[in-house]
Design a protein around this ligand. Sequence first.
Ligand SMILES: C[S@@+](CC[C@H](N)C(=O)[O-])C[C@H]1O[C@@H](n2cnc3c(N)ncnc32)[C@H](O)[C@@H]1O
Length: 242
Amino acid sequence: MKIHIITLFPEVFEPYLKVGPVRKAIETNQIEVHFYNPRDYAPSPKEVDDYPFGGFSGMVLKIEPIHKILKEIENKGKVILPTPQGKLLNQKMIAELEKESAITIICGRYKGVDERITKFVDLEISIGDYILSGGEIPALILLDAISRMKEGTLGNKDSCLTDSIISSILDAPYYTRPQDYEGEKVPEVLTSGDHEKVIRWARKEALKRTLLRRPELFYKALLKKDDLIFIKEIEEELRWKT
Ligand SMILES: C[S@@+](CC[C@H](N)C(=O)[O-])C[C@H]1O[C@@H](n2cnc3c(N)ncnc32)[C@H](O)[C@@H]1O
């Protein structure tokens, strides 16, 4: 899969390409990342932005260098524009993008990109209701989330199956050594050696967290046979607490 990234700051990405699932996806030739800097496609490196028409404050990225890059890329795939005005990114969208043979991400800066760029954009995505300084972090998020889905990029391929959202609900809490940290103990069941009990405990904890933190996930959750029993138990326990 080719991931083309149009950015004024390609150096921001370099360290991230060298670690974790992104590095593995690159090393196993499952993704190729290409950078294009609008400065290299402008009449001079400084001519990548300009004042907005209408006398508004701030600067706007010019369309010409970016359009030039888009015309140069052979297999662009879906062209994505990160913007706080876009569709909120979720795991389903990541899973769909992961199947593409290529995607191209245009990183905005300043007040954004000249609106006429949207004519060449297939998908506008937002990573949340807050304002960042540029599209580089949203591009990194896409790069990381897509890489994690590629074959063999995770140390343990099963570990992601219980991850929040991937499993359709939230994940259970995790603990590691020491067993007792300043009086805070790891739940006994986890050191009981009873695998069946541990699995049931983790499932119930995951359901409890989902109920308390993200109840709306239950609308689309893929529930298992015993889940309704667990949910009834959780509701009962919570009723006792209040
Ligand atoms: C300061 S923002 C511009 C915001 C724009 N004036 C607006 O209000 O819609 C600069 C760039 O950062 C990126 N950006 C900022 N916040 C974002 C978000 N929540 N999701 C996706 N991209 C974002 C976009 O690429 C945007 O063009």
